[in-house]
Design a protein around this ligand. Structure first.
Ligand SMILES: C[S@@+](CC[C@H](N)C(=O)[O-])C[C@H]1O[C@@H](n2cnc3c(N)ncnc32)[C@H](O)[C@@H]1O
Length: 221
């Protein structure tokens, strides 16, 4: 996963992990870039849980990982205006993923990698007469709402000038939450009004107003 995006990052890249939790990925990523690849990457992790952030900072000190730091902050309140090269979020809950993506776009990051989970937002909004039969089954409605949420996230990133793909980042046997939205800044991006109309049509079709749209519509090109 990191190998695939490495060429899009400078040697001294600055990376933010949004909703880092116990930060297994964050530590592994730091090890990969700074120890194995001998780069000078700075990584900051953000999480709501104070105790987890404290123990991650302690561990970073023990490993002497000088460019790895953790902050106890809601990602919705992060107010940064600096040069960040990559945003990652791994299983950040529900709309926290939207905020992670939003910061990536707002800060004009080269790479945004996001593995969503708990996509609850659209479940209570979604309505569609043609699909009413499918949507009457709770489990199917939940799965469909998740897929629609991630479709709109990926499409929104495209409209903001990113080459975007949805991939399986790990085998299903490890976790069923294995969909990753992978977005790389598209330097040759060209505005296409029709794509914005298609995006909005999809929202109207399902009677939804997702957070990703509210956060990113002003960045659509
Ligand atoms: C399922 S855990 C995943 C942790 C880690 N990324 C991993 O994959 O092991 C989700 C984490 O996101 C954090 N989180 C959720 N919403 C957040 C928010 N708005 N701001 C910061 N952290 C948040 C939670 O506290 C939790 O630690």
């Amino acid at each position: 996963m990191l190998k695939d995006v490495e060429e899009n990052l400078p040697k001294n890249a600055k990376i933010i992990d949004m909703g880092c939790g116990k930060s297994y990925l964050t530590f592994a990523m730091y090890h990969y870039f700074n120890i194995i690849k001998e780069k000078n990457v700075i990584i900051h992790g953000y999480d709501l849980k104070k105790d987890v952030v404290e123990s991650c900072n302690k561990l970073a000190k023990e490993f002497n990982f000088k460019n790895l730091q953790f902050f106890n902050e809601d990602i919705q309140n992060i107010n940064k205006n600096e040069n960040i090269n990559m945003i990652i979020s791994l299983h950040a809950c529900d709309t926290a993923t939207d905020y992670a993506i939003y910061f990536g776009v707002k800060l004009n990051c080269d790479v945004i990698l996001s593995v969503p989970c708990c996509q609850h937002e659209l479940f209570n909004q979604i309505k569609n007469d043609t699909l009413s039969s499918m949507l009457s089954y709770g489990i199917l409605k939940e799965r469909f709402s998740s897929l629609l949420t991630d479709t709109l996230r990926a499409d929104a990133l495209k409209l903001c000038g990113y080459k975007t793909n949805i991939i399986e980042f790990i085998d299903m046997e490890h976790t069923p939450k294995n969909i990753m939205i992978k977005a790389i800044k598209n330097k040759n991006f060209q505005k296409n009004v029709k794509n914005i109309e298609n995006f909005e049509r999809l929202m109207y079709t399902f009677n939804i107003n997702p957070t990703i749209y509210k956060l990113l519509k002003d960045y659509f090109n």
